[in-house]
Ligand binder design. Structure first.
Ligand SMILES: [Ca+2]
Ligand SMILES: [Ca+2]
Length: 218
């Protein structure tokens, strides 16, 4: 019997050891004698079974955020917001510049069409260059009358100021260019059969030019 009892106790000890491994033994009352806990007893004494329940972890090691962590977080958020605001501001500037460029193109084309509708030379003084005596924009009758002409802000041919173009200048440069080189420096002298017309539209931030060449034989 002694040997059987010893064998049963030995099996029970094995079972208990197995129960400890899978955490079932923790539901049982802890043995009163320290020697009965076995090598795994200290683990349960620390309350590790209870730690398997859901627990709100608010920071490292389960503590709340420190003041320094909060400040760092605020600074990072501030930097991100600042970058977003600067990016948005830059986008607005780009959109505004594109809008100004579109306006400038329209203004230059409007004036270029007006100039190109005139004669190559003055109908009376065919050898003169520039506006003839007494001529103003609404009476200009040849393309070189517009040479060195400018206005700020842009106006219609009758002198009405165009709205929404404050600070915009239109300037015209007309000159004779060689037959084989329209990019040469223009000469205000009726010396060739081609005149280059350049309309420049500008404001404080940008300037565009619109160029066209007309011929005596057009
Ligand atoms: Ca004229
Ligand atoms: Ca003229």
């Amino acid at each position: 019997m002694k040997s059987i009892k010893s064998n049963v106790e030995g099996r029970r000890s094995k079972v208990l050891t197995c129960d400890h491994v899978f955490g079932v033994a923790s539901l049982r009352p802890a043995p009163s004698a320290p020697s009965a806990k076995g090598p795994l007893a200290p683990i349960f004494d620390r309350g590790d079974v209870a730690s398997t329940s859901p627990r709100l972890v608010t920071g490292q090691h389960g503590r709340g955020f420190t003041l320094i962590e909060l400040i760092v977080t605020i600074v990072i958020i501030g930097i991100v917001l600042l970058a977003l605001v600067m990016s948005f501001h830059e986008s607005l500037k780009v959109m505004g510049r594109q809008k100004d460029l579109r306006k400038a193109v329209v203004l230059s084309e409007e004036l270029m069409n007006e100039i190109r509708s005139k004669r190559y030379v003055d109908p009376v003084l065919t050898n003169s260059f520039g506006p003839e005596a007494g001529e103003v924009r609404r009476t200009y009758d040849d393309v070189d009358d517009y040479d060195d002409w400018s206005e700020t802000p842009p106006q219609t041919v009758t002198g009405t100021v165009m709205s929404n173009f404050s600070g915009v200048t239109r300037r015209v440069i007309v000159g004779n260019v060689p037959t084989n080189n329209f990019n040469a420096a223009p000469a205000p002298d009726n010396s060739t059969d081609f005149k280059r017309i350049m309309v420049v539209v500008s404001n404080a931030d940008m300037a565009i030019s619109n160029m066209s060449v007309v011929s005596r034989y057009d």
